[in-house]
Structure formats: structure tokens, C-alpha cells
Write a protein that binds this ligand. Structure first.
Ligand code: HEC
Length: 262
């Protein structure tokens, strides 16, 4: 084997490595320096796969060249005089691979790229408390009292407030601003009802659906994160849900969106 390295001749294995490394650098230089665009890793992986395959084909075209290419590797594995080097290589190569994989597996705190719909379109009819409701025509049975019996209406808002403080403020906050004590640990975050972008844009029937069926009731476009909003039909009565809805609008001063026939 020593014949191969006589004079200035470069061993074939090193030649192959140099060619592959050179092409890699050339790709990088063209994209990064000339075009000013870093090359995507997946694309580079694809290019380099073909480069390595091509170099192998050229370097193993004849039996003689194949023998020259793998000579140093065979010598390393078989030659008794290279035992010490062999042991080092056999420890270092898997070690480097392990470090590489470890680095790749570091968790990233970047959010997944998928988009999440915060107010997904409601299904047109839903099953709540074992009954079918048509969300397009469903109305808060107590809303009319606001005009018809203001005194009873105030009372119901008060009961709704109690329901809220007992059940909802942990997440949505005692000021209804989404800053409850549990809010920080949640993704998606509990919604801020003071914000003009939440309940002020919604019909009461939409809220009824969302409160009764919670995170598990959300359609698919509201994923990938699973909302922690509980399924309140398991813990509250239908009346309590309508009352807490009265409270949400009363406290924030927002008006529920109507279907245009008030
Ligand atoms: C464990 C925390 C938690 C509790 C307790 C909780 N919620 Fe939520 N709620 C959330 C989260 C998180 C969201 C936002 C994600 C979503 O839409 O499901 C949300 C969303 C909502 C929405 C949707 C608003 C919109 O603009 O789409 C309503 C309405 C709501 N909550 C009402 C309530 C009511 C009423 C209670 C009490 C009966 C309550 N929540 C209790 C976590 C909570």
C-alpha cells in the first residue's frame, strides 16, 4: 500500500475527500457570497448526496482505483501495526456523531409555524346539554330583561358575576383582562374580554357554544395547541352560562353582536 503515497502523490481517499469538500465550499460560496442567499440545508443535503454518489462512481471506476480508494481504510482496520490509531478512530468517530445528534436534538422555543384561528367559524348546529341548538337563531333568554325588567336583569348580572369569580377569574382575570393567576402558564392564553377583538365581535350564541364545550369543542382550525378552556357544560347549568355571559358584557361595557334584528 505504501507504493501509493510515493513522491507528491495524494492518497486517493484524501483526493475524494478534497473533491467533495471543495464542491461543498463552492456551493456555499456561490449561494452565500455571490447570491447573498444562504442555501437551505435540505437543498444542500440533496446536492451533496449526488456529489458524493458521483465522486464514488468516478473513484471506483476500475478495480485498481477502488483498491486505492479503500486501501487506507482496509489498512486501518486490518493492519496490526495500526492498532492504536484504530482504537482512537473507533472511539472518536462515534463520539462525534453522538455530539452532532445531541446538538441537533436541543429543544427549540420557537413556536410551531402553523397558524391558529382564534375565532373559528362555529358549526351551524351544536349539541349542548344533550340538546341540539341552532347557533344562528339561538339567543340569550335573559337579554330581553335588560329593557323589560331592569331590576331582575341587574340581579341576573350579579349571579353571573358570582359564577365568574368562582370559576373563570383564575384564567381570564378578575378584571376580565386575561391576566388571571394561571394565565402565564397557558398556550393559547386565556382571552382578554376587555379587548375589542374578543366578545365585542361575537354573538352571545357563539359564547354559549364556546363556554359550554370549551377547548375540546373547538374545530380543527383552532389547533395545533390544545386550549385549556374547560368544558363548562359539565360544571355549570345552562342558566349559569347565560348569566355569566350577561356579566361578561355588563362588566366590560361591550355590546354583544346581534343578527341585526334587535
Ligand atoms: C383553565 C383556564 C380557563 C378557565 C378557568 C376559563 N377559561 Fe375561558 N378560555 C381559556 C383559554 C385558554 C381561552 C382561549 C382559547 C380558546 O379560545 O379556547 C379561553 C377562551 C374563552 C372564550 C372564547 C372567547 C373568544 O373571544 O373566542 C370564552 C367566551 C371564555 N373563555 C369564557 C370563559 C368563562 C365564562 C369561564 C368561566 C365559566 C372561563 N372561560 C374559564 C381558559 C380558561
Amino acid at each position: 500500500m505504501s507504493k501509493v503515497t510515493k513522491g507528491l502523490e495524494i492518497p486517493r481517499l484524501l483526493q475524494a475527500a478534497l473533491v467533495i469538500g471543495g464542491i461543498y465550499l463552492a456551493f456555499w460560496a456561490v449561494f452565500d457570497l455571490l447570491l447573498g442567499q444562504p442555501i437551505p440545508r435540505s437543498l444542500m443535503g440533496m446536492y451533496m448526496f449526488f456529489v458524493v454518489a458521483g465522486v464514488f462512481m468516478v473513484f471506483t471506476a476500475t478495480e485498481q482505483s477502488t483498491r486505492e480508494l479503500v486501501g487506507p481504510i482496509r489498512a486501518l482496520v486490518e493492519d496490526p501495526s495500526r492498532r492504536a490509531l484504530r482504537n482512537v478512530v473507533f472511539a472518536v468517530v462515534p463520539g462525534l456523531a453522538a455530539v452532532g445528534i445531541f446538538l441537533q436534538m436541543q429543544p427549540s422555543d420557537e413556536a410551531p409555524l402553523e397558524l391558529r384561528s382564534i375565532h373559528p367559524a362555529p358549526p351551524s348546529s351544536v349539541k349542548i346539554f344533550g340538546k341540539r341548538y341552532d347557533l344562528m337563531s339561538l339567543e340569550n333568554p335573559y337579554r330581553h330583561l335588560e329593557k323589560d325588567d331592569p331590576e331582575q336583569f341587574r340581579e341576573l348580572v350579579g349571579t353571573g358575576g358570582e359564577v365568574y369569580i368562582r370559576n373563570c377569574q383564575y384564567c381570564h382575570g378578575d378584571k376580565l383582562d386575561g391576566k388571571g393567576p394561571y394565565a402565564q402558564g397557558l398556550n393559547p392564553v386565556p382571552l382578554n374580554f376587555q379587548d375589542i377583538g374578543t366578545i365585542a365581535q361575537l354573538q352571545e350564541s357563539f359564547l354559549f357554544w364556546r363556554i359550554a364545550t370549551g377547548g375540546p369543542g373547538l374545530p380543527k382550525e383552532a389547533t395545533p395547541w390544545i386550549s385549556s378552556m374547560p368544558v363548562w357544560e359539565k360544571f355549570l347549568s345552562e342558566d349559569e352560562i347565560w348569566q355569566v355571559i350577561l356579566y361578561l358584557y355588563d362588566y366590560t361595557g361591550h355590546r354583544p353582536r346581534s343578527w341585526g334584528h334587535e
